[in-house]
Ligand binder design. Structure first.
Ligand code: FMN
Length: 142
């Protein structure tokens, strides 16, 4: 099993529809490839972790890197790990867009995700880097 995590900035024209499109493709393709992971979209930035067979992950990352819907893609960590951390999710997704209005808006979203970032037991370096990056995104100045 192999894990890879990166962060990036959304391109200017990325809206809710574009995000839905990304998620739909990602979930379908990842299921076929046996890839699981988590994507966070916040303050026009992405943090993603993907896990699966090494060849699949490295090839997928090459694809993702070239996607015009984001830029400044920075690899945070990649490496071998013993088992999956996102067994149930071909691509779990966190965004304030989803929770606004429903659960009390942006502040609540940030608080909840920060809590999750603090509680997440980062058993691998990739997971650790992923959550550090999510925390940074949540706490840095707007
Ligand atoms: C932030 C972001 C995350 C993405 N995550 C995935 C993913 O997990 N799996 C996936 O198949 N495609 C993902 N994509 C989409 C790929 O970049 C690409 O569009 C998709 O794999 C289809 O590629 P193709 O048109 O060359 O077949 C992501 C794109 C972006 C911008």
């Amino acid at each position: 099993m192999y894990q890879l995590t990166y962060c990036s900035k959304a391109s200017i024209d990325v809206n809710e529809e574009a995000i839905e499109d990304i998620l739909e493709t990602a979930r379908k393709r990842n299921e076929t490839l046996g890839v699981t992971g988590c994507l966070v979209f916040h303050k026009q930035a992405f943090v993603q972790i993907i896990e699966g067979e090494k060849e699949h992950i490295q090839l997928l990352y090459q694809h993702i890197k070239q996607d015009a819907r984001h830029r400044e893609v920075v690899l945070l960590w990649e490496g071998v790990n013993d088992s999956r951390n996102f067994n149930d999710w071909n691509m779990a997704f966190y965004s304030a867009v989803d929770s606004q209005g429903k659960s009390g808006g942006l502040l609540n979203f940030e608080r909840n995700l920060l809590l999750l970032a603090e509680l997440a037991n980062s058993t691998t370096s990739a997971m650790n880097m992923f959550w550090i990056s999510v925390r940074k995104l949540l706490t840095e100045e707007h």
